[in-house]
Design a protein around this ligand. Structure first.
Ligand code: NOJ
Ligand code: NOJ
Ligand code: CA
Ligand code: CA
Length: 712
């Protein structure tokens, strides 16, 4: 057979060439190879077991399996081959999806647990057993790498869920319950909850969720809680994540970040970013109206961003439940813009596997379509929960995790995503832009995204019964006429603009319109995104934006100029640059074009002192007056450089050590002689420890612990 004459082969070569061409044309900041920024992406979250069964041969048998998926706490057969099939039939590409977030891929327990009469399994992936092995019910290692290559071939990134907070359910009073939380290292038993001589798990009972400390060092429900201050556990999870990164994973969704020590997580992220930096976002659940400064501090300093629960909960209140207005929506967008320093890294959503599905059975689909349009045109990385595009309904776990039944590509929700997702790549106002309210009342919200002269103006009328006349609308759109990018699918209209004003028009009942402008080129450099935002000298970071020019210019960390060989690539929309060996600390980054113009600054890059390890600092006999707390400070950036106004802490004093002892888990430079002191603080009132500084030399790897007595 003459292979070159095979029509099939020729067709596939042509398709490949077309694909390469498309890839070559895409701006590098929007490309699938950009693992550091997801600002231009749209994520699709799948519960792997509930998507498509591509290989019945890997389905569990017996009590663990529900054929027909009628028992939603059992396995239903969905697997990586099923995802590959849907990637290859273009379901995701047709919708405009450019990233898949899949269930934790690690081997989970096999036990079927009877909880008050209902059999439950690890179908959701959150009951890890061996973090270095793939879960056989999702497929083999080969299936996993096939999934990665199939996704990449279609320009789709793969994010894995990762849940190192715990292994699996255990009952301290009954070693025979489930698998007793047993954890394995590539097949070798590390420990079980009831036979844990090295204390790899916490044995402090279940959390009451009373406060951050309680939720961190006690079990989340009955899940065997890992002690990350043990070197064996620290190294195990670092090795495990590196294994998955080596397989080509593009992003990480960290489970339960509110329930693990922030210091350990920062040291973990420093390890990831020094190895293969990928976009990482954590899950820190917030209820309706919950605004938590600790959540903001975590997003701003841990090195990872967060799922944006403030956004998700408010959008649900406004569009699904009708308990808040567009004015409240605007207030959330305003306040979150100052609370999160890297706003475009927070992951937005309208529902997920831990909340009622957005679609209420029997309700108008328009509410969901509007919420999707809002999310896809707002700041942050949108994540769409599987089946939301099919109007799946279902309240509570597990009804919100039913098997997807339809893959309709012509319904309105699907088409809204299809129309708006590509705009995130083509118009940088959506990926990187500011948000400005232009017109609002209880039912109407008109907002503008803007990045340089690129503009997207969006108008939403959530009132499904009456239209409103919009007068006095101002915009940054240049003079001209603008058609609705949703092509009227949500009853949007066209507008004209003259001198920054839009003549009075009627916004239809339930209407949504999206109007855009983008310039052909950008004369001055515009900085859109930097990632990751934490690293040691010589790590490579990715800088995305527009108008950087074709020739290599300068990247500034504060006032330190990085040029020449320390810039490893320079394109008009993307720069790769090495972190300079500046004094460790927080730096604003900016870009200067070759020969001149400078961008604005991108805030708060943390230059670390070097490789990081997690160390527990403990002070005994630190009695405090009412209102006083113990904090930690010392001679490194990671110890706040002797700051008493912004020290590390407050330290904890209940679970691992109890008052008058206090402890803080901190990410500090490895293999380093530290000087430190504890301080008592009540607001601005500070009492330093007396005497000379404490000292401690940190380990080169693994974790450390140092215990001192309060020096009066
Ligand atoms: C949060 C996850 O999203 C939830 O589904 C899971 O049960 C818990 N973390 C524990 O892993
Ligand atoms: C004040 C502390 O009391 C002291 O111990 C420490 O050495 C210095 N800060 C460092 O500036
Ligand atoms: Ca299967
Ligand atoms: Ca924990």
């Amino acid at each position: 057979m003459n292979r070159s004459n095979s029509p099939a082969l020729r067709a596939s070569v042509l398709a490949l060439a077309a694909g390469l061409c498309a890839l070559a044309q895409a701006a590098p900041d929007t490309h699938v190879s950009n693992k550091q920024s997801f600002a231009t992406d749209v994520i699709y979250q799948v519960v792997t077991d509930r998507f498509v069964d591509g290989n019945a041969g890997n389905n569990p048998s017996g009590a663990a399996f529900s054929s027909g998926c009628t028992q939603l706490k059992l396995y239903c057969g969905g697997d990586w081959q099923g995802l590959i099939n849907k990637i290859n039939d273009n379901y995701f590409s047709t919708m405009g999806i450019t990233a898949l977030w899949i269930s934790q891929p690690v081997e989970n327990i096999y036990a079927v647990i009877n909880y008050s009469g209902t059999n439950s399994t690890a179908y959701h992936g959150y009951w890890g057993r061996d973090f270095k092995k793939p879960d056989p019910r999702y497929g083999t290692l080969t299936d996993f790498t096939n999934l990665i290559s199939a996704a990449h071939a279609k320009g789709i990134k793969v994010i894995i869920d990762f849940a190192p907070n715990h292994s699996s359910p255990a009952d301290p009073a009954n070693a025979g319950f489930a698998e007793n939380g047993r954890l394995y290292d590539n097949g070798a038993l590390i420990a079980g909850y009831s036979s844990d001589p090295s204390g790899y798990f916490h044995h402090n009972g279940g959390t009451s969720f009373a406060n951050l400390e309680d939720g961190t060092y006690r079990n989340l429900y009955d899940l065997a809680d890992v002690d990350h201050n043990k070197s064996t556990m620290d190294l195990y999870f670092k090795q495990a994540i590196k294994g998955w990164l080596d397989l080509g994973v593009d992003g990480i969704r960290m489970d339960a970040v509110k329930h693990m020590p922030a210091g350990w997580q920062k040291n973990f992220m420093a390890e990831v970013y020094g190895y293969k930096p990928v976009f990482t976002f954590g899950e820190w659940f917030l209820g309706e109206n919950e605004v938590d400064p600790t959540n903001h501090a975590f997003a701003n300093t841990s090195g990872m961003s967060l799922l944006d629960f403030q956004f998700g909960q408010r959008v649900r209140q406004v569009f699904r439940n009708g308990t808040k207005t567009m004015v409240d929506l605007d207030a959330m967008l305003d306040s979150s813009a100052t609370q999160y320093k890297q706003l475009s890294d927070q992951v937005t959503f309208i529902d997920n596997h831990d909340m009622d599905r957005f679609q209420v059975s029997g309700a108008s689909g328009r509410k969901l379509e509007q919420a999707l349009a809002l999310t896809l045109t707002s700041r942050g990385v949108p994540a769409i929960y599987y089946g939301t595009e099919q109007y799946m309904a279902g309240n509570g776990d597990p009804n919100n995790r039913a098997k997807i039944g339809a893959f309709n590509t012509t319904n309105t929700a699907f088409k809204v995503i299809q129309a708006l997702a590509p705009l995130r790549k083509s118009n940088p106002a959506l990926a990187y832009g500011t948000t400005q309210e232009r017109w609002k009342n209880a039912d109407i919200y008109i907002y503008e995204r803007k990045f340089g002269s690129a503009v997207v103006l969006v108008a939403i009328n959530r009132n499904l019964a009456s239209s409103t006349s919009i007068s006095g609308l101002l915009t940054a759109l240049p003079n001209g006429s603008y058609t609705d990018k949703l092509t009227g699918q949500l009853n949007g209209n066209s507008i004209s603009v003259s001198g920054g004003a839009v003549p009075t028009f009627n916004l239809a009942a339930g209407g949504v319109a999206v109007w855009e402008y983008k310039p052909a080129s950008y004369a001055s450099p515009l900085l859109g995104h930097v990632g990751p935002m934490l690293g040691k000298a010589n790590n490579t970071i990715t800088v995305d934006g527009r108008g950087f020019g074709a020739t290599k210019g300068t990247v500034y960390f504060g006032s330190t100029a990085v040029t020449g060989a320390n810039i490893t690539s320079w394109e008009d929309s993307q720069i790769k640059v090495k972190v300079p060996a500046v004094t460790p600390g927080t730096y604003a980054i900016k870009v200067a074009k070759s020969g001149g113009a400078q961008s604005g600054t991108y805030g708060d890059f943390q230059v670390l002192s070097g490789n990081q390890v997690s160390v527990r600092f403990v002070v005994n006999n630190a009695n405090t007056a009412l209102g006083e707390n113990i904090y930690l400070t010392g001679n490194k950036f990671e110890l706040s450089n002797w700051s008493s106004s912004n020290p590390v802490g407050a330290c904890f004093n209940q679970v691992m050590h109890a008052y008058p002892s206090w402890y803080c888990d901190v990410s500090v430079p490895a293999n380093t002689a530290l000087q430190f002191k504890f301080i008592k603080k009540n607001g601005a009132a500070v009492t330093w420890e007396g005497g000379s500084n404490h000292s401690f030399t940190t380990p080169a790897s693994g974790t450390g612990k140092v215990i001192v007595n309060w020096q009066p």
